[in-house]
Design a protein around this ligand. Structure first.
Ligand code: H2U
Length: 340
């Protein structure tokens, strides 16, 4: 089947869900239109920024004069460690099910430089971000009430990011949230059948196919997944099956930092803009089980469709039925590869 000609559905084996692909809608040749935005000239230090070194935060606390990466408890955390414990009887009425949820939320400043993004940082600088993620996953995961740690970055005003200072977030909680839980269930079934991780076999298939891989280094492969929903969705997958980022060797941490930088820079070159996205790492829960089924990976969901100012909306059919896309993941991979 020539995917470029026919509407078709693609299956995501990690989340066990479908995406409708309608490439005939974008058969018109790619116009390559670049609508330039006024360049976002930011100072290296902004006295009004609550994430810059030495500045006051909204709650009156002062950031230290940090030199590389700085992590602090979110002053407006969505999860709190002292919510009533699980011993509190949950409501189990059929229609009003709820349960208390304990957790923590942390903010991670990637750099003291207000004007940078991951795309502008060096690999050794980003390596420090990776090291902080590893340390946070370890320390938050060790808390008795934490069973899952979600590391993520929300970049760009279009994604609802409240501050352009380079930063990410970490939420840690009692329950495994829905997205990673879906992936856990699918990976567990695959592992039980094959004694290999789903993503090890997927990587091998992608390497044979070749058409969706963007770039590779010694330890990481960056690709547009076959089942991508967002126009320029991408994944960084470690070659070695590892359940969690704490399993990485130094060389793998370095390789992850470099792939992250390269993908962010490739995105920026695509539409000549500071490319917005939500990105995050899906990995094993911190519930003390070994989880050999898990193969951690880094997913990128950018909202842009055709230019710096044209965004894809997940509305209508997407809200009511299934996600849908026009350009195929292979077309997106071609476009991104031309900017690597
Ligand atoms: P986002 O821009 O990605 O939403 O992240 C900023 C986070 O920083 C946000 O969750 C927190 C907000 O609660 N924050 C603080 O913890 N202290 C502040 O002084 C302002 C913002």
């Amino acid at each position: 089947m020539n995917y470029n000609d026919f509407p078709h559905r693609r299956y995501n084996p990690l989340t066990e869900s479908w995406v409708l692909v309608s490439p005939h809608r974008s058969k018109r040749p790619w116009q390559g239109q670049v609508e330039k935005l006024p360049t976002d000239k930011r100072p290296t230090y902004d006295p009004g920024c609550y994430l810059c070194a030495g500045n006051l935060r909204a709650n009156g606390e002062r950031n230290p004069d940090y030199a590389s990466v700085y992590v602090f408890d979110n002053d407006f955390a969505a999860l709190l460690p002292d919510a009533p414990s699980m011993e509190a009887p949950p409501s189990n009425h059929t229609f009003f099910t709820s349960k208390p949820e304990r957790g923590m939320a942390r903010v991670i400043c990637f750099s003291p430089r207000h004007d940078l993004t991951i795309a502008d940082m060096t690999t050794p600088e980003i390596r420090k971000v990776v090291d902080a993620w590893v340390a946070e996953y370890q320390s938050l995961g060790a808390l008795p009430f934490v069973n899952y740690v979600q590391i993520f970055e929300n970049k760009g005003a279009i994604m609802g990011c409240s501050n352009p200072h380079p930063h990410g977030q970490i939420w840690a909680q009692e329950s495994i949230p829905d997205e990673p839980l879906k992936k856990q269930n699918a990976q567990l079934r695959y592992w039980e059948q094959h004694q290999r991780t789903l993503l090890s076999d997927y990587l091998q298939a992608e390497q044979t196919a070749g058409e969706r891989i963007l770039f590779e280094n010694e330890h990481m492969v960056t690709l547009v997944p076959f089942w991508a929903v967002w126009p320029f969705e991408a994944m960084i997958i470690p070659r070695r099956a590892m359940a969690r980022i704490t399993d990485m060797t130094d060389a793998e941490k370095e390789a992850l930092a470099d792939a992250y930088r390269q993908l962010a820079a490739t995105y920026d070159r695509l539409f000549d803009t500071s490319f917005p996205y939500s990105a995050g790492i899906h990995q094993a829960p911190t519930d003390e089980a070994l989880h050999p089924e898990w193969h951690w990976h880094f997913v990128f969901y950018p909202p842009l469709l055709r230019s710096a100012t044209v965004k894809k909306f997940m509305v209508g059919y997407e809200m009511l039925a299934n996600p849908q896309r026009d350009i195929t993941p292979e077309m997106a991979a071609d476009m991104l590869r031309s900017r690597v």
